[in-house]
Design a protein around this ligand. Sequence first.
Ligand SMILES: *Cc1c(COP(=O)(O)O)cnc(C)c1O
Length: 463
Amino acid sequence: MTAASNVYPTAALQAADAAHHIHPFTDTKALNAEGTRIITHADGVWLTDSEGNRILDGMAGLWCVQVGHGRQEIADAVHKQMSELSYYNTFFKTTHPPAVALSEKLAEIAPPHMNRVFYCSSGSEANDTVFRMVRYYWDQMGQPDKKVIIGRWNGYHGSTLAGTSLGGMKGMHEQGDLPVPGVRHIDQPYWYGEGEDMSPEEFGIHVARKLEAAIDEIGEDKVAAFIAEPIQGAGGVIIPPETYWPEIKRILSERNILFVADEVICGFGRLGRWFGSDYYDLEPDLMPIAKGLSSGYLPIGGVLVSDKVAEGLIDKGGEFYHGYTYSGHPACAAAALANLEIMQRENIVDYVATDIGPYLKERWTALGEHPLVGEARMAGLVGALELVPEKGNRKNVFADTGTVGTLCRDISFQNGMVMRAVRDSMIISPPLVLSHDEADQLVAIAHKTLDDTYAELKRQGKV
Ligand SMILES: *Cc1c(COP(=O)(O)O)cnc(C)c1O
């Protein structure tokens, strides 16, 4: 369908949506007053809305559409699978070809010490699985006192009870008395916001040692695991200082606790390697995955486990009372498999590492010259701009955190591109198939959006 003929009854759809649909992570009352945007089609990196506008999808949906929108090959694989076997479970001593093939494929692309996967339908479920799995593991290993899981403030691990608890979003914790017992949080490696007078290198070591202090305070014999995203996504694309992960690795190597690298965003090529753990050489024991696994075409997630974890989980014997009706769902597995085959055939991971990643990074980081931008950062194809009232002063931030970010996000939408706002920083995480020309358009729209936002803030007397 061409953009011109893509006209929907926007007002009627908005009214029905307002009457009946509760949106995730949304002030629904405020949204309903404003009217939601209606996306009707998407192709490659472009979205089309119900008014026929074309919008550059700078967020790859929600960090997930690695291979771009509208891949007929994935739709066909799902159609074929649903015609043959649309559903069967994997509980009762049964499996099916797509689950087998996907598991084999994941073992092929995962780090060499990870050869097994447990399936679920989302990143949140993957982290709920992690929560139960690490405790079960230590029970099986004869150390049932090892129960505490250490996460990080401003980390994101999903929105279920365990996901919210493992994550460190204080606003989420406040709604419903979370975290659940048995979770501790340490500081994040957010140099721009929290590094004070330290250099990034000093701060990386300093903040990594919070893990050492926490384990030693709780007692190594009581700590089950440490969970972290290689680069924090929802927390604002927080790229740790170069010293951070090596120091964390040293601390973990001296202590017998499991390490969980949440790969829900960093996995599947986002950083120009198959996994963020490859990018930072992390050697985790467990890797929750979702999002880019199927490029979002159908919901599927999982937890990849190391051979060491498999020892407790499998070799020691016994039934782990855990699973989901849709664990390894055949149509979702078929979608994921088709997605990974496209990524391999088109060398998309290398394209990010050696071509479009460096190409966009050069242009994106140049936005750091803009008077509204305190820092522009990017790794692979995920980046952020810190918006600030006073360039060169990391301590001066806008009053009413989030207001400027939301303004800038809305202006970006009007200018024809989806960027996400986290506090007062702007985030992009585009499809990995972004072309050079599209990257140029992305940067041009971002630049215009910064200019427009700056002009509006000037008008308001905020800069
Ligand atoms: C999105 C995300 C999750 C949660 O995934 P859902 O599919 O939304 O449940 C977990 N961890 C990280 C790092 C994420 O970005």
